[in-house]
Design a protein around this ligand. Structure first.
Ligand code: GLC
Length: 440
């Protein structure tokens, strides 16, 4: 009975997915200096790749856990991991064609299977028929093609009972922690320059540590105000100090238990959670799934572009996930959509890359704005009635010119103390987001 409740809770929590910010180490001496962080911030658009043994089963990267698969049976999947279509250059090329300036690949997800040659964990791609260090090929391809190189790594490993019960299985939890330190060291040492380290599931409060408590109703979620106080800790500051000593310019996300260089939003952006004091990234999926599944349907182009525009207008980055199949191919329908995004960015990229949140506040009713040192860009993602957009007088300088970026068409405007009007917008042709460039 108790076990059932525990499992039920786990399922509920797995569905919720996201982290509860209970016990985050806030050591700001570890933060990357702002100028270095700018490189990543300016990149704006990245490609996330979830790929591993779960891609063989096709039921998502959580299948092992959600279905409580026998870990030894699951481990046998490695014998089917031939990855015969894997081609790192091809992945990076697709990302570049999509207009992505950075990539993040799952070096190890929660199932514990590492896509690289590792001395720890006893479970990696060198032991599969593919006999490849995929991280090596991937990082080389990124570095060769000038793509910022990101690595996803999950300290959380479902093979370790110590993850769920760190106090009771302390030795086991310490072994898992040792695995994390060894593997993170390997990833930071053996593959040249790494630009981004994207942890997932190393927070003290997430899923396991500090997330479970037995009360009168059996196992349940530990209240946020009652964090885990047992002896186990990831020592996230120590971990990331090691990372910084090996990669001095690396950008680190917040899911290791240390606060991180930026904030993350997953799948949904809650306006009230956008922090003005921190750079942020929104991650989502192009086909509704992280790891490859048959049920994935590709997001319409309009949504892709409007979502990206909405993110950059609020000062964020967007990391868009694809889940290649077990052979290593990104689905053709996803590739086609990515190329369409790339085509849009080719024309409108100057209003995205290297920009900051603009002076006109984002609103779902019409769109938002970005800015560079020289220009302000309006992203009109919903056409206003009669093609007339009236905005508040948020500019201090006098406008000299307004042109539609894609067509080069001049736009009629009127700037007064009370408002700024843009007229005839419905006569201009554009795809998904009408971008206007304002010059001074
Ligand atoms: C969620 C999912 C996890 C995925 C991650 C990406 O936490 O549970 O599987 O890797 O999102 O951000």
């Amino acid at each position: 009975m108790m076990k059932q409740r525990f499992l039920l809770f786990i399922l509920m929590f797995a569905a919720l997915g996201a982290a509860v910010d209970a016990q985050v180490a806030r050591d700001s001496s570890l933060l990357l200096p702002k100028e270095k962080l700018k490189v990543w911030q300016n990149a704006k658009f990245g490609m996330f790749i979830h790929w591993g043994l779960y891609s063989i089963q096709g039921r998502g990267e959580w299948a092992m856990f959600n279905e409580r698969q026998d870990i030894d049976e699951y481990a046998k999947l490695k014998d089917q991991f031939t990855a015969e279509k894997f081609n790192a250059d091809e992945w990076v090329k697709i990302a570049a064609e999509a207009g992505c300036k950075y990539m993040v690949l799952t070096a190890k997800h929660h199932d514990g299977f590492a896509l690289f040659d590792s001395k720890a964990g006893g479970f990696n791609s060198m032991m599969s028929p593919a006999k490849k260090d995929f991280i090596k090929e991937y990082t080389l391809a990124c570095q060769k093609m000038g793509m910022l190189t990101g690595i996803y790594y999950s300290p959380l490993d479902w093979r370790y009972p110590g993850f769920f019960f760190p106090t009771m299985y302390r030795r086991n939890a310490e072994e898992m922690k040792q695995q994390t330190y060894t593997q993170v060291r390997e990833l930071m040492s053996n593959y040249g320059n790494i630009d981004i380290l994207w942890y997932d599931g190393g927070e003290d409060s997430w899923l396991g540590h500090g997330g479970l408590e037995t009360g009168k109703n059996g196992w349940q979620k530990r209240p946020a105000d009652k964090p885990y106080t047992g002896a186990f800790t990831w020592d996230p500051v120590k971990l990331n100090r090691m990372v910084r000593s090996l990669q001095s310019s690396i950008v680190i996300n917040p899911r290791s238990g240390w606060m991180g260089d930026f904030d993350t939003h997953e799948v949904r952006i809650r306006e009230k959670d956008i922090r003005k004091d921190l750079p942020w990234e929104y991650c989502t999926m192009i086909a509704g799934v992280w790891g490859w599944q048959t049920r994935g349907t590709v997001m319409p182009l309009d949504s892709c572009i409007r979502t990206l525009a909405g993110v950059v207008c609020r000062g964020g980055n967007m990391l868009l996930n694809v889940g290649p199949n077990a052979k290593g191919e990104i689905e053709p329908a996803q590739v086609a959509r990515l190329r369409e995004i790339g085509a849009w960015l080719k024309v409108n990229g100057e209003s995205v890359y290297g920009t900051e949140e603009g002076p006109f506040e984002y609103s779902r009713s019409w769109g938002g704005s970005t800015k560079t040192d020289k220009n302000v860009y309006l992203h009109i993602t919903r056409m206003p009635e009669g093609g007339l957009l009236v905005l508040p007088p948020a500019l201090t300088k006098k406008i000299r010119s307004v042109v539609a970026l894609a067509s080069g068409k001049k736009v009629k405007f009127k700037q007064t103390k009370e408002e700024i009007r843009f007229e005839g917008l419905d006569k201009i042709s554009y795809v998904s987001d009408l971008v206007l460039k304002i010059g001074f």
